[in-house]
Design a protein around this ligand. Structure first.
Ligand code: DX5
Ligand code: ZN
Length: 221
């Protein structure tokens, strides 16, 4: 049976004064995950939200939380974010000195382990840790801000990642793609091999409910 592809709307583009309203709207629109962007002002120039907000979101939602940590030394906060309600916890390979240990730690807490790769980072950095990974997040923009343009070389990178995980027999690993994805390019991202598609401005800067329905139609036929 073909696996359904998922939409993970990025809350970075939501109205932070009406987060609860926006989350309920995403639920009714059929969003599969809630993408939560955590930024520390060091790994990326921007600062967003932290542990208490993830906890509040978890209490107010029935959709699994897909937490994307754009922070230095994420191993310091793994336990706190899992406790706060992360269902997927993704760390950047560039921010981890001991990536293997950090992924094992995430999994040992009963959470899905994710590794994010910046546009300049080669797929080779995850080759030796595939057995500890549940999800690979391919960044299709340089992390830090919503509303940037999709980097075209990403399509080739997704295809090569798909090939690598199939060849090595890790078919359960999900491929997530994040940054600059909208109605006009979502099809090629899905066709390249993405299982989970993140979209922030592409959903919130228009009609979110209709856009999610349309995106799901495009990626799942
Ligand atoms: C960027 C974040 C993304 C961002 C995506 O650093 O990781 O999740 O919110 O936003 P759009 O879809 O607007 O590029
Ligand atoms: Zn993100």
């Amino acid at each position: 049976m073909k696996k359904e592809k998922k939409i993970s709307p990025s809350l970075l583009s939501a109205d932070f004064c009406n987060l609860s309203r926006d989350i309920h709207m995403l639920e009714s629109a059929g969003a599969d995950l809630l993408h939560i962007d955590v930024m520390d002002g060091h790994f990326v120039p921007n600062i967003t939200i932290g542990i208490p907000v993830v906890e509040a979101i978890k209490k107010n939602s029935s959709i699994p939380c897909d937490v994307h940590l754009m922070i230095e030394k994420p191993e310091r906060y793994v336990e706190s974010f899992v406790k706060a309600g992360a269902d997927y916890l993704t760390v950047h390979a560039e921010a981890c000195t001991h990536l293997h240990r950090t992924l094992q730690h995430v999994r040992s807490l009963g959470c899905k382990s994710g590794v994010a790769l910046n546009p300049h980072t080669s797929l080779s950095v995850i080759e030796e840790v595939l057995e500890e990974i549940d999800l690979v997040l391919i960044m299709s923009v340089n992390p830090g801000f919503g509303g940037q343009s999709f980097i075209p070389n990403t399509l080739n990178k997704i295809k090569r990642l798909k090939q690598m995980i199939m060849e090595k027999g890790y078919n359960h690993i999900e491929i997530e793609v994040d940054g600059g994805i909208k109605l006009n390019n979502i099809q090629e991202v899905a066709e390249a091999g993405a299982d989970i598609i993140v979209s922030g401005s592409g959903i919130f800067n228009g009609k979110p409910i209709e856009t999610i329905a349309e995106m799901k139609k495009i990626i799942n036929g």
